[in-house]
Design a protein around this ligand. Structure first.
Ligand SMILES: NC(=O)c1ccc[n+]([C@@H]2O[C@H](COP(=O)([O-])OP(=O)(O)OC[C@H]3O[C@@H](n4cnc5c(N)ncnc54)[C@H](O)[C@@H]3O)[C@@H](O)[C@H]2O)c1
Ligand SMILES: O=C(O)[C@H](O)COP(=O)(O)O
Length: 524
């Protein structure tokens, strides 16, 4: 008999597969109310309210799987779950339509002042001139994050006669054309849009993507919406621009702290809110609860799951052999992703030497995971990386080539975009570790970990010295440094590593050095 704890409110109909199963006992109670029994549960089903922390996982010693009835898994410590050997699954598309519809309802309410007018009429007022609105027709809608929900918003916006601008570093031109949207940079979107809505996951890149500085670049009278995650629009920045009259209106379904009892945002007339209701429809709740219930049952019965966030489906023995290459490939993907500054449509992976004796399809998936991670969110893993790449219009393929690199094993990755390409080679040396041995045809040798700085420059006396001097002036200690060049006096590269992340001021100074062609920071 498996014991399953359902700790947030979920659709009874959605839970039916579990309620009907003979080998399952369901307890529908808050985590805090079953403190004494936590060690007895095999599965835990949550929405966004329950925080699945390291501490909770440590108490749930029998736990095998956490099912998130929804999309965002930022309330679950995925790393801790993985460490505890707990599979985490979610229901990625069950609430897409509901959230898109809610965002659209918020947008219409915002520009027509519907919540404010409703309060006014119910206060026995009839003040028609106080609530003159703005049409959506003919306006530019800027969508930051063009995934499942962003795409559905764009479809609805086009039906309303709006122009749709999209910023998503991950979107290829082909997909944008197919979807009838205009791709632009974040700055272009900020300067052009009349209304901006965010639909990214909350990651370290998207946290505060709209803030005091970026909101200042928008048109005066801008409308902003956040129905994704609290913190994507920085709340201090919002307050600043609401106070100075730059923003015409804000619609918020989510907050940095929920519930936002002490938030000053609630005091502004032009801010309209809902209490995290994006996914709160009968349909979405039925979908997400049914999806996770079915998956959890399958998993407990010993079957593989399809929407796992964290664990690969490999035996322990095979996994141990693959592990060093899995790490190498993931870091290689991550490096390439951070160095390529445009959408990528093709990734080719060549394997040579002893690595070809292993299950390379898994290594390829690790590489694609590493590539997607800086661009999508923590839900990408070896299980779902291939599907997500496909969804984003990125093709990838692997092949085995004759072993002539000079290394016992070698992985070569080439990624291509519309205007540029990037190539990286890596190898694993037992007892020495993972090494990157070539970048864009330059021989080099570095350990792919930590805070890195990749510089392309002209091979001239004084360039390396000047770099060292500027870093020294900023109090930055160079931990390791490798240089490479093809010809004397020609193109050259440097790879430096540091104990801490570099600040923008030092990078700006480095960029000004004559003979430096480009600079990329890489965080691994
Ligand atoms: N309010 C709610 O109740 C509710 C309901 C569902 C989802 N959500 C939130 O909405 C988010 C989006 O959901 P989805 O299903 O569309 O996810 P998705 O993964 O399909 O789409 C996210 C998109 O964001 C893009 N992105 C990632 N980093 C970016 C960056 N730095 N700049 C611009 N774009 C970036 C990705 O490329 C991707 O296309 C979820 O992560 C979740 O947190 C909220
Ligand atoms: O990420 C999600 O799926 C939404 O934020 C919904 O969260 P909820 O399940 O708590 O409504």
């Amino acid at each position: 008999m498996f014991r399953i704890l359902v700790s947030d409110k979920m659709s009874g109909d959605g839970l039916k597969p579990l309620l009907d199963a003979e080998n399952v006992e369901i307890v529908q109670q808050n985590v805090a109310d079953v403190e004494e029994q936590l060690h007895t549960f095999d599965a835990l089903l949550v929405r966004s309210a329950t925080k699945v922390t390291e501490e909770l996982l440590s108490k749930m010693s029998q736990l095998k799987i956490v099912g998130r009835a929804g999309v965002g898994v930022d309330n679950i410590d995925i790393e801790a779950a993985t460490k505890h050997g707990v599979v985490v699954i979610n229901a990625p598309n069950g609430n897409t339509i509901s959230t898109a519809e809610h965002t659209f309802a918020m947008m219409a309410s915002l520009v027509r002042h519907i919540p404010q007018a409703n309060i006014s009429v119910k206060s026995r007022e009839w003040n028609r001139s106080a609530f003159v609105g703005t049409e959506l027709y003919g306006k530019s809608l800027g969508i930051v994050g063009f995934g499942r929900i962003g795409t559905e918003i764009a479809n609805r916006a086009r039906a309303f006669g709006m122009d749709v601008l999209v910023f998503d570093p991950f979107l290829t031109k082909e997909r944008a054309i197919k979807m009838g949207v205009t791709v632009c940079t974040l700055d272009e979107l900020l300067q052009t849009a009349d209304i901006i809505t965010v639909h990214t996951p909350l990651t370290k890149e998207t946290k505060g993507i709209l803030n005091k500085e970026t909101i200042a670049k928008t048109k005066k009278g801008i409308y902003l919406l956040n129905c994704a995650r609290g913190g994507i629009i920085d709340e201090e920045g919002l307050i600043y621009h609401l106070e100075n009259g730059h923003i015409a209106g804000v619609a918020l379904d989510v907050f940095e702290v929920e519930p936002p009892q002490s938030s000053k945002l609630l005091d502004f007339e032009q801010v309209i809110t809902t209490p995290h209701l994006g996914a709160s429809t009968k349909e979405a709740q039925l979908n997400v609860a049914a999806q996770v219930s079915e998956e959890v049952l399958l998993f407990l019965d010993g079957n593989p799951v399809t929407s796992s966030i964290n664990l690969p489906t490999l035996s322990k023995e095979v996994y141990e052999k693959i592990q060093p290459f899995h790490l190498l490939a993931k870091q290689m993907g991550n490096i390439v992703s951070q160095c390529m500054k445009e959408p990528v449509h093709d990734i080719s992976i060549d394997f040579e030497g002893s690595v070809t004796d292993l299950e390379t399809s898994y290594i390829t998936k690790s590489l694609i995971t590493g590539f997607l991670r800086p661009r999508v969110d923590s839900t990408v893993n070896e299980v779902n990386a291939g599907i997500i790449a496909q969804e984003r219009g990125i093709s990838f393929g692997e092949k085995y080539i004759p072993n002539n690199s000079g290394y016992e094993n070698c992985i070569t990755v080439k990624v291509s975009g519309d205007h540029s390409a990037f190539e990286i080679k890596g190898t694993y040396v037992p007892h020495y570790g993972q090494r990157i041995v070539a970048l864009n045809g330059f021989d080099i040798d570095f350990y792919p970990v930590g805070h890195l700085l990749y510089i392309q420059h002209t091979d001239k006396p004084g360039v390396i010295g000047r770099v060292g001097q500027i870093l020294g002036e900023h109090g930055l200690n160079i931990a390791t440094m490798q240089v490479g060049r093809k010809n004397k006096g020609g193109e050259a590269i440097m790879m430096l590593s540091f104990d801490k992340q570099l600040e923008q001021a030092s990078l700006n100074e480095l960029k000004n050095i004559q003979d430096i062609v480009s600079i990329h920071t890489i965080e691994l």
